[in-house]
Design a protein around this ligand. Structure first.
Ligand SMILES: Nc1ncnc2c1ncn2[C@@H]1O[C@H](COP(=O)(O)OP(=O)(O)OP(=O)(O)O)[C@@H](O)[C@H]1O
Ligand code: SF4
Ligand SMILES: [Mg+2]
Length: 327
């Protein structure tokens, strides 16, 4: 008898998000252009790529702060991409988001008690129970519970991000979409927040979709990594393989810009400089959209878009390139 494996916690397929052009008459922007990936329970998938490639749009659409234009988002085997907002309420318990700028994502007129309690009150909890839980959560994320009646401006950036994380954890979610959770923080504070997120994952069994443009942060936290370019995933696979043997020229270029801790290795390494800026997603180049910047581009790249497919037989890694590096 064969048993069907359980569905992944999150399954995204052919997800597309199109925005109308910012000016009247301008072309629509395909911010996310048919992407797909899974996130298993308890795992961290890193999502990386240059500014404007569609990372935040992807994250926001998964938690339904944005509406998908096409494609499917399934959580725990249930399609949620098309659910009307009122039907999303029970789901909000399981699916939360942490934002990049902690201060601007916290209401400056609300106390920490109110901010952290809010998701619980929305779910119908009592005020007393929500406050008790807020105290527990402050302890869990390393904040002093006596500060519960203070306002966000009384906290540093790192502390404010701890408040944002406590708010996200209030309903005991199973998946947290963290959109550049440490990018706005000082480097010394970044490590503390990353440590905290790792500890919480171990203790609570959380899954993360961890969005960052900084590949070194993602390397530390993720199990698998997806690299986005101009609204599409160009490489996805196990962290060890993507970081040590990147198969897509864009992944190679991004990795070649990450400083190495060993000075000798840093001096002797190959550095790949990308030509120009990414093109506009309102007017993507034909064929492989990376071709105008790719050091390996050939004639076919200008006309035929490479599908995302297994690059090295037997390895669960997919690459969208006509000439992937086999390493
Ligand atoms: N509301 C919107 N209306 C029109 N275009 C938008 C909107 N939101 C995002 N875009 C465009 O969609 C594309 C993807 O934006 P997105 O914010 O998802 O990128 P990102 O990868 O998160 O970038 P960053 O690293 O700068 O945060 C960009 O070209 C952006 O200008
Ligand atoms: S398909 Fe061609 S242009 Fe695109 S990444 Fe591969 S080699 Fe470069
Ligand atoms: Mg973003």
């Amino acid at each position: 008898m064969t048993t069907t494996p359980p569905p992944p916690l999150l399954r995204v397929r052919d997800l597309t998000v199109t925005f109308p052009g910012r000016r009247r008459g301008s072309a629509p922007v395909r911010a996310v252009d048919g992407i797909g990936f899974d996130v298993a329970a308890g795992e961290t998938l890193g999502l990386v790529g240059e500014s404007g490639c569609g990372k935040s749009t992807t994250g926001r659409t998964i938690v339904r702060l944005l509406e998908p234009t096409a494609g499917s988002v399934a959580f725990d085997g249930r399609e949620i991409g098309r659910l009307p907002q009122r039907a999303l309420k029970p789901l909000r318990r399981d699916l939360q988001m942490v934002f990049q700028d902690p201060h601007s994502s916290l209401n400056p007129r609300q106390t920490v008690a109110r901010i952290i309690s809010d998701p619980l009150l929305t779910q119908g909890g009592s005020a007393a129970a929500a406050r008790k839980r807020a105290v527990e959560l402050m302890e869990l994320v390393g904040l002093i519970p006596e500060h519960i009646d203070r306002y966000p401006h009384e906290f540093s950036g790192g502390q404010a991000q701890r408040i944002g994380i406590a708010r996200a954890l209030a309903t005991s979610p199973r998946l947290v979409v963290a959109d550049e959770p440490v990018s706005a923080l000082d480097v010394s504070v970044q490590a503390q927040i990353v440590n905290l997120m790792e500890r919480l994952q171990r203790e609570l069994g959380l899954a993360y979709l961890f969005i960052a443009h900084d590949l070194s942060v993602v390397k530390r936290v993720c199990d698998r990594v997806a690299v986005m370019y101009l609204g599409r995933i160009v490489e996805i696979g196990a962290k060890e393989r993507v970081y040590t043997a990147p198969a897509h020229p864009y992944t190679r270029a991004l990795l070649s810009a990450v400083p190495l801790p060993d000075p000798a290795a840093e001096r002797s390494r190959e550095r790949i400089t990308l030509l120009g800026d990414p093109p506009s997603p309102a007017a993507p180049p034909p064929g492989c959209t990376f071709h105008p910047r790719c050091p390996k581009a050939q004639a076919v790249c200008r006309t035929e878009a490479p599908p995302l497919r297994v690059a090295v037989a037997g390895e669960p890694r997919e690459v969208a390139c006509h000439f992937p590096e086999a390493g």
